[in-house]
Design a protein around this ligand. Structure first.
Ligand code: UT7
Length: 319
C-alpha cells in the first residue's frame, strides 16, 4: 500500500466587511460593469483593524480541525502560505500555533504569492510521506487589502482578504494527494511585484501588476501544469470531477478550461464573491465547494494556481 496525505477536513474564514463594486466605484474611477465584464468579480471582503492574516488563518484552521475531528494538539506540522504576514518575523504559522494552544510542532511560512497554497501543500505532503509528521495543517491566508494602492484602479478592484485551511493526515490506500508539480521562473519578477520590502526600502510597499501580460502567461502555464499533474497521476481530463483553480479572473478560468477541453460546470468559481485572495483562494474555494456539497468523498480534484515570480503549480487528489 502507498502512504498518502489525505485531506481530513477543511475550513475557511472571511473578514466581516463585504465590499461590492458599487462601493469601490465611489473611491476610484471604475464601474461595476467594467469590473464584472473584465474579471467576473462582484464583491470582496476587506479586513478591519482587528482582523489580520494570523487571525483569519486561525479561524480557518479551527474550522478545518472541527471538520476533521482532530484536536489541535495532535497537529505535528503547520505550513502557512502568505505574502502578507502579520510581521516580517516571526512567521504567521507560529502565531497560529500559539493561538491554537499547540506548544510543540514544526511551524513555518511559505512564500510563493498566489501559488503559495500549492507550494505549502506539496511541502507538507513530502514531509508527511517522509515521516516528519503524521498530521498537518496547511493554510493559505492573506490580507492583500493592506498592500494595495487604493488609487490604482487597475489593481485595487481585483483583490480581497481571506483564509482557507486543510488538515492532512497520513493514510495508506487509494485516496489522498496523487501527484503535484511546482514551477517558478524569476525572469518575470517585474510583471507582478510589491515595490517595497525590509531589505530594500524598509517599507511594506504596494502591489504593482502588468495585468495583461500576467493574464497571457497565466492561461498557458495553468493549462500546461494541469496536463502535467494529470499525466503524473496517470489520469485523463475525463477522469476529473472538479478543478479548484486560483481565483484571479473568471476569464482566465474559462480560457484554461477551454484549453484543457474541460466542461465549465466542473470548475469551482468563487472569484465573483471573494475576488483574488492570493494564497487563500484555492483552499477557500475548495472549502466552499466541500461545504455546499459539490466536492464529495472519492472524487478526483485538481488544484492549480499561478502568481508573482512567476510561480505556478498544480496538484491532483482523490478526496
Ligand atoms: O493572482 C495573480 C495572477 N493575476 C492575474 O491573473 C491577473 C491577470 N490579469 C487580469 O486579470 C486582467 O489583465 C485585468 C483584469 C487586470 C485587466 O483586464 P484587461 O482586459 O487586460 O484590461 P487592460 O489592463 O488591458 O485595460 C483596459 C482598459 C485600460 O484603458 P485604455 O488604456 O484601454 O484606455 C485601463 O486603463 O481598462 C482600463 N481599466 C479600467 N477601467 C475601469 C483598468 N482598470 C480599470 C477599472 N475600471 N478598474
Amino acid at each position: 500500500m502507498t502512504l498518502r496525505s489525505v485531506i481530513l477536513g477543511s475550513g475557511s474564514a472571511l473578514p466581516k466587511r463585504r465590499v461590492d463594486n458599487a462601493e469601490l466605484a465611489e473611491r476610484v474611477d471604475t464601474t461595476d460593469e467594467w469590473i464584472v465584464e473584465r474579471t467576473g468579480i462582484r464583491s470582496r471582503y476587506i479586513a478591519d483593524d482587528s482582523e489580520t492574516t494570523g487571525t483569519l488563518a486561525t479561524d480557518a484552521a479551527r474550522a478545518a480541525l472541527a471538520m476533521a475531528g482532530i484536536e489541535a494538539t495532535d497537529i505535528g506540522l503547520i505550513v502557512l502560505a502568505t505574502a502578507t504576514p502579520d510581521q516580517t518575523f516571526p512567521s504567521t504559522a507560529t502565531k497560529v500555533q500559539a493561538a491554537l494552544g499547540i506548544n510543540d510542532c514544526i511551524a513555518f511560512d511559505v512564500h510563493a504569492v498566489c501559488t503559495g497554497f500549492l507550494y505549502a501543500l506539496t511541502v507538507a505532503d513530502s514531509m508527511i510521506r517522509s515521516g516528519s509528521a503524521t498530521t498537518a495543517l496547511v493554510i493559505g491566508s492573506e490580507t492583500f487589502s493592506r498592500i494595495l494602492d487604493w488609487e490604482d484602479r487597475g489593481t485595487c478592484v481585483l483583490f480581497g482578504d481571506g483564509a482557507g485551511a486543510i488538515v492532512l493526515g497520513a493514510e495508506e490506500g487509494e485516496r489522498g494527494i496523487l501527484a503535484s508539480k511546482l514551477h517558478a521562473d524569476g525572469r518575470h519578477n517585474d510583471l507582478l511585484f510589491v515595490d517595497g520590502g525590509p531589505s530594500t526600502t524598509g517599507t511594506v510597499g504596494k502591489l504593482r501588476m502588468k495585468g495583461r501580460e500576467v493574464f497571457r502567461h497565466a492561461v498557458v502555464n495553468l493549462a500546461e501544469v494541469m496536463g502535467e499533474v494529470l499525466a503524473l497521476a496517470g489520469l485523463a481530463t475525463a477522469d476529473v470531477d472538479w478543478v479548484v483553480p486560483h481565483q484571479a479572473n473568471a476569464r482566465i478560468l474559462d480560457a484554461t478550461a477551454r484549453k484543457l477541453g474541460l466542461a465549465p460546470e466542473k470548475v469551482v468559481v468563487t472569484v465573483d464573491r471573494h475576488a483574488n485572495t492570493s494564497a487563500a483562494s484555492v483552499p477557500l474555494a475548495f472549502d466552499t465547494a466541500v461545504r455546499d456539497g459539490r466536492i464529495k468523498r472519492g472524487q478526483i480534484v485538481v488544484l492549480e494556481a499561478m502568481g508573482g515570480g512567476f510561480t505556478w503549480g498544480g496538484a491532483v487528489l482523490r478526496y
